[in-house]
Design a protein around this ligand. Sequence first.
Ligand code: NDP
Length: 279
Amino acid sequence: MSARLLDGKAVAAEVTEALRVKVAGMARKPGLAVVLVGDDPASAVYVRNKTRTAERIGLAHWQITLPADTTEADLLAEVRRLAGDPDVDGILVQFPVPRHIDRLRVVDTLPPDKDVDGLHVVNAGRLMQKREGFVPCTPAGCMELLRRTGIELRGAEAVVVGRSDLVGRPIARLLEHADCTVTVTHSRTRDLAGHIARADIVVAAVGVPNMVRGSWIKPGAVVLDVGINRLADGTLTGDVEFAPAAERAAWITPVPGGVGPMTIAMLMSNTVRSAERRG
Ligand code: NDP
């Protein structure tokens, strides 16, 4: 392997330690509420990691676990209750929610000033217009990792694989704000390998194990692998074929230990920022 690791775990530890110090000096503890509907094991792990980190940095935190058969009306009522609670600065509803619940209706019910995962249309619009707002945590974490590693973005060719509201679209905007020339690819893209072969920066957010082949990576590129895929043997792997990609890339994120911890660190950062704004 010739690439250097973009060590999200280490950078996230720096970010959360700085937040711990800041929170210790705040008159009111910032509060984070995480809502989980149902018993999806992967979601339960994500929620546990979030509440553990919140605990470590001294946030007030609440985990609201609702049964899988919770009605949409009851979930929306819970979100409205949290919206009205002055101790709550950030609300995160862990997705996916069960099929009978309309995800967008949940997002629309979040108050934009407590929408610490940056999904509400107001925050998406603010990002579009490069205005102050909450940026989705995974894309924000990718950018923070690039920034702290000192990777030059201005003028770079960036290729994003995936166009979800949660990852692909917002990371494309952030890279463009950082003066990259951005190409967004998706399941209908004709020549994915050809696009990736020209990329100085590759962000893979697909959810298909190893679909980005190592041989497609341009020598010297920076590779951010957002994918988290659990294989039949229980191991986690990303969307990028790691070993051959690491032979060609200059920098690459491991899975796990790359983008995942940065996502949690940015959730904490957004919650603290929300508390600072709300006073
Ligand atoms: P979505 O399923 O919402 O989006 C996947 C995207 O990948 C879609 O835009 C889809 O295209 C595209 N896609 C699917 N197949 C292909 C293909 N063969 N070639 C090119 N593009 C393709 O997923 P998310 O964005 O929510 O998540 C992506 C991955 O990131 C998942 O593994 C998820 O677990 C992980 N994740 C990790 C986080 C972290 O903290 N590290 C946080 C959030 C997500 P189309 O639009 O055409 O359907």
